[in-house]
Design a protein around this ligand. Structure first.
Ligand code: UDX
Length: 434
């Protein structure tokens, strides 16, 4: 099928490449000429495992092209809209500038029978507002949210947990077209939920609100553990055995960040307020607050570990990305911890396998070092803030001891074996662990 994908960021570029890989003819459209040029050469403009291979194959096959010219969308049967919906500068609500601009630019190129499938995460009610404008062209608007995780985006796109299509009653045929688009996943028996526009929009924000709440729940338990001597990691293991609870997303530490969870829970709060139901999701403010407090806690542990002040002490910060397998530093708790330590006068050296260039652009005041071992050489303290394998699995306390001058580690992700570090003579400080 001929498809267009409007917006070639983390979501759109992966979607375009994944759709080409399953046999569709796809044009990706973005306003950023540099990004389009890179993608056209088969190069990923950001780090995402597996994406470069898919891009190269798609471009080489001729089925995947990229352009800045919106008229290239004409002739596609389905137009996916995957532009960003960042947090507004002066508030919590989502900024819909890019969604509105994408729809405005797309409208003149739509033909009767086309389907516009919104993928961006939008405040509930957005699609109902856009649908009449799309309908005027004879095309149909559906909402088809995306649940991909960075780092696993290609897999999540080709083989998702579920597919959700929201539509206006009377336009059920649009769901059949999307079944064809996602034929390999549908053939595998992937749950395919057809619903209304509002539910489809809400499914996405509700899923992210739930995940954020789960993380902040366990981080709240970490705060209680800290004043009682309990161990939150054992607590998480124990409650996680209950299948109704489940162990995933019960990783206590410095909390969540990234381009989705923080801004999505804030936008949800803002939208609920507009709808007169602010109290229904008032807990999301606390979810946000708990999350941000954990960054303070990590900084405090470094200060405590170094005897009360960090001024001119060398602190090696392992990680800058908001999570491993990503170079994304948007709202990164890791980088936030580094910035705060720098603000306290520590000589902070940040290392990360993928995110240093992005981090340096936003925080040029920090010192960056690509080599893990150089970053920790002569350090007074080490802080683990992004659980890349080369830090969490591959850095042994013995090896660290051969490089550093101090013997203090703060494990911001509860990723290390506390007993092993202590046995090697280190002062180990975890998050919600004795
Ligand atoms: C998230 C959702 O998982 C995805 O479905 C949605 O489409 C987009 O938002 P992503 O932002 O890629 O995906 O990251 P995710 O893997 O969910 O992690 C989010 C943050 O939570 C990271 O900073 C991670 O370090 C943190 N986290 C995750 C924890 O602190 N503890 C955990 O147990 C799990």
């Amino acid at each position: 099928m001929r498809l267009s994908v409007i917006g070639c960021g983390y979501l759109g570029a992966v979607h375009a490449a994944a759709m080409a890989s399953i046999g569709h003819e796809v044009v990706g459209i973005d306003v950023d000429a540099d990004k389009v040029a890179a993608l056209s050469r088969g190069e990923a403009p950001f780090f995402e495992p597996g994406l470069p291979e898919f891009l190269r194959e798609g471009v080489a096959s001729g089925r995947l092209t990229f352009t800045t010219d919106m008229s290239a969308a004409a002739g596609a049967k389905v137009h996916f809209v995957g532009v960003g919906t960042p947090q507004q500068r002066d508030g919590y609500a989502a900024d819909l500038t890019y969604v509105n601009a994408a729809i405005d630019a797309l409208l003149p190129h739509l033909r009767p029978g086309d389907i516009v499938a919104g993928k961006s995460t939008v405040p509930v009610g957005t699609a109902a507002g856009l649908a009449p404008r799309v309908a005027e062209t004879g095309a149909t608007l559906v909402w088809n949210p995306e649940f991909l995780r960075e780092g696993f985006a290609v897999k999540d796109t080709i083989d998702p947990d579920r597919l959700v299509v929201g539509l206006t009653p009377g336009h059920e045929e649009a769901a059949d077209v999307l079944r064809e688009v996602y034929a390999p996943a549908v053939a595998k028996g992937t749950p395919f939920i057809v619903t209304d526009l509002a539910t489809a929009e809400l499914v996405k924000v509700a899923a992210n609100a739930f995940l954020a709440t789960k993380i902040s729940f366990i981080n709240a338990m970490a705060e209680i553990a800290e004043v009682t001597g309990a161990d939150v990691t054992q607590l998480a293991d124990a409650i996680g055995h209950d299948v109704r609870i489940g162990r995933r997303f019960l990783g206590a530490g410095i909390g969540f960040g990234g381009g989705c969870l923080p801004k999505d829970i804030r936008a949800f709060s803002a939208r609920a307020e507009e709808l007169g139901r602010g109290e229904s999701v008032a807990f999301l403010r606390q979810v946000d607050e708990i999350n941000l407090r954990r960054r303070d806690r990590a900084v405090l542990l470094v200060v405590e570990g170094l005897g009360g002040q960090v001024f001119e002490k060398k602190v090696a910060v392992l990680g800058a990305a908001f999570k491993p397998y990503s170079d994304d530093i948007r709202d990164s708790p890791a980088l936030d911890v580094a910035v705060r330590l720098h603000g306290l006068g520590a000589r902070v050296v940040v290392t990360d396998p993928e995110a240093l260039a992005n981090a340096a652009r936003v925080h040029p005041q920090l010192t960056y070092e690509a080599s893990r071992d150089e970053a920790i050489r002569d350090a007074d303290a080490i802080v683990l803030v992004t659980e890349w394998d080369e830090y969490r699995r591959e850095l042994s306390p013995e090896h660290a001891s051969s490089l550093t001058s101090g013997r203090v580690v703060v494990d911001g992700r509860n990723g290390w074996d506390a007993a092993a570090w202590r046995a090697a003579g280190w002062r180990y400080l975890g998050m919600g662990r004795p």
